[in-house]
Design a protein around this ligand. Structure first.
Ligand SMILES: Cc1cc2nc3c(=O)[nH]c(=O)nc-3n(C[C@H](O)[C@H](O)[C@H](O)COP(=O)(O)OP(=O)(O)OC[C@H]3O[C@@H](n4cnc5c(N)ncnc54)[C@H](O)[C@@H]3O)c2cc1C
Length: 311
């Protein structure tokens, strides 16, 4: 139970907000509240808090930067832990093996990898969110995914046990991993990367950022969560994954609106939740988009964004 005694046990270094509006903790900037939001910036605090949850039987979920979530207007009925550090945290490099804390922002990690002449993680340039969130969802772009380069992750389970899980046991598939069906929390991740020329990677990163700038909204100003739907899996090994955005555009969704939420004009797989939008607007709009593709192509799109709470 969350009472004042429980709150007093929490370390002073973490930030707590009672009845926190989840709209402040996700990139759509919509959603109801949660009874308690705890912001942990380092692993010592996270471990302490998780152990307290186990001891006091407190239901909780851990999020990163909230850039892949749609939180219900009815809110979430459990404690939310935000595990994300808004400053550059140090990565450890031993020969070509890099260990990175999961709470670090993914793009800051990419920058540090480039600075150390290691690579090649440039394909992840500009993807918002934390390293932990990226591994949980096997984030990627340009046909490459973070899970491909991972060696292992250090995780903590819901009983407070810490263990390493090697890459082959993390069940990475397109935008999915072991963490999708499991509540373990990623603490650290190790990657094996070859030496790369820093200048070449800076050039490649600039090209990628430029491409993303022209194709994606600036999520800090235009609230969104990247692609709503996954791309379509090939039906045979000879085929390539097909962009959901193409099917959505052909199905005519670019003019679709719901309340204040609308489909982004440069990319039919992105919804912008304009000021005044609700999570329900975003959800209803995504359902209409899905139906339009089903009707025109008989293809059932699968959501990439994660729904939290009831819809
Ligand atoms: C403008 C824009 C562009 C985007 N472009 C891309 C893209 O090109 N490619 C792509 O793949 N994604 C893209 N995304 C989606 C999003 O950025 C990624 O999915 C990102 O990796 C999510 O990280 P996060 O920290 O925000 O996770 P959150 O949204 O906070 O959480 C997502 C899931 O990860 C889990 N999680 C978070 N941290 C941990 C942890 N430490 N341990 C275990 N589980 C954890 C959460 O419980 C939740 O289930 C984009 C989003 C935006 C807004």
């Amino acid at each position: 139970m969350i009472d004042d005694n429980f709150l007093e046990m929490l370390p002073k270094s973490i930030k707590i907000t009672k009845n926190a509006s989840m709209s402040n903790y996700n990139s759509f900037k919509v959603g109801g509240s949660c009874p308690l939001l705890i912001e942990c910036y380092d692993q010592i605090d996270l471990l302490f808090v998780l152990k307290l949850f186990v001891k006091n039987k407190i239901k909780n979920i851990v999020i990163g930067e909230g850039t892949n979530l749609l939180v219900s207007d009815n809110g979430i009925d459990c404690v939310v832990v935000k595990f994300c550090v808004p400053k550059k945290d140090r990565i450890k490099i031993v020969e070509n093996c890099i260990t990175v804390p999961a709470q670090l922002l993914l793009d800051d990690f990419v920058i540090q990898v480039i600075e150390n002449n290691l690579g090649d993680l440039t394909f992840l340039s500009g993807i918002p969110g934390t390293v932990g969130g990226a591994i949980a969802g096997n984030a990627g772009a340009f046909g490459q995914q973070i899970g491909d380069l991972l060696i292992d992750t250090e995780v903590i389970d819901r009983n407070g046990n810490i263990q390493k899980i090697i890459q082959k046991n993390l069940n990475f598939t397109y935008r999915s991993s072991y963490f999708k069906n499991n509540s373990d929390i990623i603490l650290n991740a190790s990657f094996k990367l070859n030496n790369f020329d820093k200048n070449k990677m800076i050039k490649k990163r600039d090209e990628i950022l430029n491409l993303r700038f022209n194709k994606h909204p600036n999520w800090k100003k235009e609230p969104c969560a990247g692609s709503i739907f996954r791309n379509i899996e090939p039906s045979s090994a000879a085929e390539k994954r097909q962009a959901a955005g193409w099917f959505l555009e052909q199905a005519g969704v670019k003019d679709f609106k719901e309340g204040k939420a609308f489909v982004y004009n440069k990319h039919a797989n992105i919804i912008i939740a304009n000021t005044g939008s609700t999570a329900s607007d975003v959800y209803k709009l995504s359902e209409r988009m899905k139906k339009a593709v089903l009707k025109k192509f008989n293809i059932e799109l699968i959501r990439e964004i994660q729904l939290l709470g009831s819809f």
